[in-house]
Structures are given as C-alpha cells and as structure tokens.
Ligand binder design. Structure first.
Ligand code: AMP
Length: 404
C-alpha cells in the first residue's frame, strides 16, 4: 500500500485549521478548526467527510485547550475516532503553511532541524505568523517523527518578482542589513488560482497573463506573466497594498512618524492600529464585507465610503498591473469577497472598458463553487471567478515533493 494521505496544517497565533486529504483522488477525508487556543472558551469543530464518522456530520467540542500541542492532540483524537488516525501507515506527509520564507525558501521544503531553525530566524520578519507556524511544526514532528514534514511558504510564489519590483527605493545597505524588501503573501492561492484560470481558458499557464485579485479578510493582487509572478501588492509584510478587512494597505510612511511624534503612539500601538483597526473596520466600523454591503445599501454613508475606497484601490491595482503586464488575458477574482460578492466584482470592473474589461451581468450574478467566466462575450480580457483552495495546493506541493 502506498501512503497517499496528507495532513495540511495552518497554524495561526490562537487557531489551527486542518484538512486530511487523500492524494490518489485529491479528496478531503476530514476538515476542522481549533479556535481560541489558550482561552477558557476554546472550540474544536471537526467534520469527517468519509468513513464511519461521516454520517454523524460535524462535531464540536467546547472547553479549554491550553496550547497548540493540546490542540493537535485533540485533533489527532478526533481523527482516530473516525478511523483516520495520524498513526496510520497511509499518512505520507504533513504539509505546513508557513507565512514567511524570506529570500531563503522559494520552494516547498522538507523540514529538518536546520530548516526549522531558519524558519525560526525569520520570526522578526513575520512576528505575528511564523511563531505559530514553528509551534505547529514542532508539535506535528513530535506526533509523527517518522514521516516528512513539509513547509509550503506563502511568500514562495512571489520570489520570481524582478529585483526592481521587489526593492523599496530606500538606502540599499540599510535594506540589505534588515532584509527589507517586498516578499508578497497569499502565494499558494495566487499560484493555484492563476493556474486554474489558465485551465479555464483552455491554455497552458505559460501562455497566459493573469491579474489575480485575492479578496478575503486579507487581500492582495498579483500580476502573473506566463505562470510566473512579476508583481504583487503585499510587501515586506501583509500590510501593503489593497484596502483589507482590518489592514490599511498603502499609506504614506510619514503617517507613522506623525502618529508617533504628534499622536504620541508607541510602535506597537501604531502596528495594531494599521493591522487590526484599519481597512474596512477603520473606515466604517465593520470588517465583514457582507455587513458593510448591507449597511451601504441601507444608505449608511460611512459604509458607502468604505466600499468606495475599497473599490477605488482595487481599480488602481488593476490599471497598474495592466500596464506592468502589457497584455492581459484574464482578471480573476478569488477568496471570500472575490468569490461571493457580485457587487464588488461589478464595481471593480465598471468603467474599465478601455482596458478590455466588461462583465456579463447574468453570469456575474450566478452563485457557484465552480471556476467560471463572468465577462461579456465582446470583452477583450476574460473576467473569471475561481474559488481558491490553499489546502489542496499545499497538499499537492507537499505530496509531489515526498513522492518525487
Ligand atoms: P476569507 O478571508 O477568504 O475567508 O474571506 C472573508 C471575507 O469574505 C469576509 O469579509 C466576508 O464578509 C466575505 N464574504 C463571504 N461571503 C460573502 C458574500 N456572500 N458577500 C460578500 N462578502 C462575503
């Protein structure tokens, strides 16, 4: 029997998302989420999708889960109860989403002590994300030391950006000393979605130029030429670029000096303001796009302004990336907002006929989990909606590496 299962772990600061996949048919065997780790009100939601447990559907366990170690052990117990235990010889690898790979990691990588130490050394570049990723790796290794643990980096797909796009125009020696450059994030999603868009167009990835708009709670755009990323909107950290749920995106860096000098805010306070209290939340008090849209429709002026800012920024990026690519074959929307909000898609494309973009209103209104075209027949550039699947992409990359 060849081992064909991959467990994908996405460890956040207080959460662990997981999926167990069978790579022979790319099916999902179980999915789940542990939330509020370290609090009294932790929650484990587990759903077996195959085997004897599947008929029972989703199960929830409430009660304190002290740390990531306890969380993973609880997940392992749920999987074992469904006959999908992690001790199974069918488990081929564990794939870990790792947010920051710096310039060192541009490919999925089997984790040994040296790799783990290097991921740890990147913590200053991603203080909110990499520590949880490291913990997830340590715990998974302690559960199954005998199978490969593979790191798949959120930055990797963007490592092909040309130097002139990756560099900030600051003193070069200072930039090098502190590893300051644009790395980009959501790379697993941009890779998966740009490839799936080529397939939707019936072409090889090497033959198409695509602008990917990943619009979730975090949001980023990328320009992908012939399957290779040449520009993306997030920078040294996920703060740069589009207006997001709680992040400001682009902003004059002098705002930071002003807040410190005139407002008397500490660096940590400014960090929290820009990452956690800005974007849609900062503009109107809500970061959930459904709520912002609902309020805007009811005439709430701050929600309308938040939407207008969000769409304006998107358009600026679509225009800029059209110029970067020269020829654009498709603009593709993905993630929570991009996949579900026909309103945002319509507003983002409106008025861009000169760039070759126009929607088919009926196609755009359809709700579906399938990749689909929503552009008008006469449009020169295809507009597509492609649901992202970061877990499947992580599993695919990890499995390809360990079965090579
Ligand atoms: P993600 O980070 O990809 O899970 O996306 C989360 C975002 O998607 C949230 O801001 C949600 O409000 C948004 N979202 C989910 N469903 C819809 C919908 N039907 N219409 C608008 N936004 C949605």
């Amino acid at each position: 029997m060849t081992a064909s299962r991959v467990l994908v772990l996405n460890s956040g600061s207080s959460s662990v998302k997981y999926q167990l996949l069978d790579m022979t048919d790319r099916s999902r065997l179980a999915v789940g989420l542990v939330e509020r780790i370290g609090e009294e009100t932790s929650k484990l939601a587990h759903e077996p999708l195959t085997g004897p447990g599947a008929a029972g559907g989703r199960r929830e366990r409430l009660g304190p889960i002290a740390d990531h170690g306890a969380a993973l052990r609880a997940v392992a117990a749920e999987l074992a109860a469904d006959g999908l235990g992690l001790d199974s010889p069918e488990l081929a690898a564990v794939g870990h989403r790792v947010v920051h790979g710096g310039t060192r990691f541009t490919q999925p990588t089997v984790i040994d002590d040296e790799v783990l130490a290097e991921i740890r050394s990147l913590i200053p570049l991603a203080p909110l994300h990499n520590p949880a990723n490291v913990t997830g790796i340590e715990v998974a290794r302690s559960l199954r030391a005998d199978i490969p643990q593979v790191a798949v980096f959120d930055t990797a797909f963007h490592s092909t950006m040309p130097e002139y796009a990756a560099r900030y125009a600051i003193d070069a020696a200072t930039a090098d000393k502190y590893s300051i450059r644009r790395y980009g994030f959501h790379g697993t999603s941009h890779a998966y979605v740009s490839r799936a868009t080529a397939a939707l167009l019936g072409k090889a990835p090497s033959d198409v130029n695509v602008i990917v708009l990943h619009l979730g709670n975090g949001a980023s755009a990328s320009a992908v030429r012939g399957g290779v990323c040449v520009e993306t909107s997030m920078g040294m950290t996920p703060l740069e670029g589009l207006v997001m749920g709680t992040r400001s995106g682009d902003l004059d860096p002098a705002v930071v000096f002003h807040l410190a000098r005139v407002g008397g805010l500490s660096v940590d306070e400014i960090d929290s303001l820009l990452n956690k209290k800005s974007g849609l939340l900062g503009l109107c008090g809500d970061n959930d796009m459904r709520e912002v849209q609902r309020r805007a429709e009811e005439g709430d002026s701050s929600a309308q302004l938040a939407l207008a800012s969000y769409v304006h920024r998107l358009k600026k990026y679509v225009g800029a990336y059209s110029a970067v690519l020269g020829r654009v074959d498709a603009v593709v929307f993905t993630a929570g907002v991009g996949e579900n909000s026909s309103w945002i898609r319509e507003a983002a494309v409106e008025g861009l006929e000169e760039l070759g973009l126009a929607l088919d209103p009926e196609a755009n209104a359809v709700r579906s989990r399938e990749p689909r075209l929503v552009s008008a027949e006469y449009a020169r550039v295809a507009v597509a909606v492609v649901p992202t699947d970061e877990e499947l992409e992580i599993a695919t990359q990890a499995y390809a590496l360990v079965t090579r």
